[in-house]
Every structure is written in structure tokens, then in C-alpha cells.
Design a protein around this ligand. Structure first.
Ligand code: 3IX
Length: 224
């Protein structure tokens, strides 16, 4: 599968790019929120639109042919910077800053603003699913049992308010190439959404990890 690319980025270069693209993308997130909530007059909207069209044209002068993918340097440091949940360079991503434990437990605190609304002042159910898919997948990866989502079941216990939230996920059990992970989103009052999912190491990754066709008792190492 394409999209996983190794490159020669040094830690210093990565730090430089984090310092450059992190604040840059944050302004675009602000733009999304401001676009939803602005009440300036019609002429101002048209003037800002014209400026934004110029800005888009400037950025398009030099760009990738396709999406960012996931890049790794020689030390195995992963950069999923286009990812829609955690991507440093993706203004659609909240983004989640996930703490990972090698036991396969992951957690994060995050804020969802106006861009993630479904019912009035509440988080869109698909956004909760997006976040939990990532969290459960991260748990599987952090525990050294990465996989693609094969099934994902959501239980929406209570409406999730926009605002400050937290999420956690963990590996429930594993069996060869299959990892079952569970997780939840909480607001200040407690759990709002629970999820369980099955993550399967896909055939192409199995062939790389187990070229001799041995049983998947030793999983590939996870690098982030
Ligand atoms: C990404 C993993 C690659 C590993 C790379 C290494 C390091 C990367 C690090 C870690 C990742 C870290 C963080 C990730 C964070 C977030 C995760 C986001 C995840 C996503 O957002 S991901 C997008 C949505 N996801 C898809 O787009 C999947 C599309 N789909 C497929 O890619 C295949 O469909 C797949 C892989 C699911 C199976 O493909 P396959 O070729 O391996 O299947 P195969 O036939 O060999 O079956 C083998 C055994 O799985 C059983 N089985 C198969 N499918 C099943 C199903 N759906 N339900 C229940 N059981 C199923 C069979 O019944 C058999 O079981 P048994 O052996 O017991 O009979």
C-alpha cells in the first residue's frame, strides 16, 4: 500500500517543520471557526473572500501531487501530518495530542468548537466516531498490535456537548492479527460515547511483517 514513506528528516528538521506548520495550520483552524461565526457585513465577506482566493493561489504554486501520507524518518519517528484527527498540517483535525502507553492505553484531552457541530451545540455523531476510530486504532498501534478498522461499534449514551472533552482507549484482547480495542469520550459529567472495534493487520502488512508466512504471534513494531 502506498502512503507510508521513509525519508531522511533529522530531528532538527522535524522540529523546524513542527514550529512552522503547527502555528500555520492553527490559523487556518481559526479561519474555519471564524467563517462559521462571523457576522461582518456583505462587503467585508466579499473582500475577505478575494484575499483568501489569492492566498490559496499562492499556496498552490508549489504543492504535493496528492495527500500527505504517513512519513517516517530513519529513527522510525512517524509523521501522520495529513491525518484528519491528529494531523499537524490538517486544519480539519482538532487536532488530538494523544498520550500513548506501550501497554496499549491511550488518552487525550481536546476541544471541539463550532466546526464539529451536529445537533445544536452538540458534537456530530460522525465526529465522535471519527475520534474513537482513531483512538482505538492508536491503542492497537501503541500496544504493538496495529491494524485497519474492520468493525467499529458506537454506543451514544448521552449527547456530547461542544467544548472541552477527553477520550481514552485500550486494548481489550488480541488474537494473532486481530486486536479488539475499546474506548470512550467523556465530558465533565462522565461518559457520553463508548466504542468497541476490531483492528486487523492487513494482508499487505502481514506479508511485510511475516514474509515466511509464520503465524502472527510476534507483531510488527509500532513506531510513532
Ligand atoms: C494500519 C495498519 C498497518 C500497519 C502498519 C504498521 C504501523 C502503523 C502503526 C500503527 C497505526 C497507528 C495508528 C492508527 C490510528 C488510527 C487507525 C484508523 C484506522 C482507520 O481508519 S482504517 C480505515 C478504515 N478501514 C478500512 O478501510 C479497512 C478496509 N478493509 C481492509 O483493509 C481489509 O478488509 C481488512 C484489513 C479489514 C481485512 O483484510 P485481510 O486481507 O487481512 O482479510 P482476510 O480475508 O485475510 O481475513 C483475515 C481475518 O480477518 C477476518 N476479517 C476480515 N475482515 C473482517 C471484518 N470486516 N470483520 C470481521 N472480521 C474480518 C477474516 O474473517 C479472517 O479471520 P480468520 O483468519 O479468523 O478467518
Amino acid at each position: 500500500m502506498g502512503g507510508f514513506q521513509q525519508d531522511e528528516m533529522t530531528p532538527e528538521q522535524i522540529e523546524h517543520e513542527v514550529g512552522l506548520y503547527g502555528p500555520f495550520t492553527e490559523v487556518v483552524r481559526e479561519l474555519v471557526d471564524a467563517t462559521i461565526r462571523t457576522e461582518v457585513d456583505d462587503d467585508e465577506i466579499r473582500a475577505v473572500q478575494a484575499e483568501l482566493e489569492d492566498i490559496v493561489a499562492r499556496l498552490r504554486r508549489s504543492q504535493l501531487d496528492g495527500p500527505y501520507g504517513v512519513r517516517f524518518n530513519a529513527t522510525g519517528h512517524g509523521r501522520p501530518w495529513g491525518n484528519s484527527v491528529v494531523g499537524l498540517r490538517n486544519a480539519i483535525a482538532p487536532p488530538l495530542a494523544i498520550e500513548r502507553e506501550s501497554t496499549g492505553r491511550v488518552r487525550c484531552e481536546f476541544h471541539l468548537g463550532a466546526a464539529y457541530e451536529g445537533p445544536p451545540s452538540l458534537v456530530h455523531g460522525g465526529v465522535s466516531a471519527l475520534i474513537l476510530d482513531q483512538m482505538l486504532g492508536e491503542a492497537a498501534g501503541a500496544g504493538g498490535r496495529p491494524g485497519m478498522t474492520a468493525t467499529l461499534t458506537l454506543h451514544y449514551r448521552r449527547a456530547t456537548p461542544l467544548g472541552d472533552l477527553r477520550a481514552e482507549a485500550w486494548i481489550e484482547r488480541t488474537e494473532g492479527i486481530k486486536t479488539w480495542a475499546h474506548g470512550r469520550i467523556e465530558d465533565a459529567e462522565g461518559v457520553t460515547v463508548e466504542a468497541e472495534g476490531l483492528f486487523i493487520l492487513p494482508r499487505w502488512a502481514r506479508e511485510l511483517a511475516f514474509p515466511t508466512g509464520d503465524a502472527a504471534e510476534t507483531p510488527p513494531s509500532y513506531a510513532e
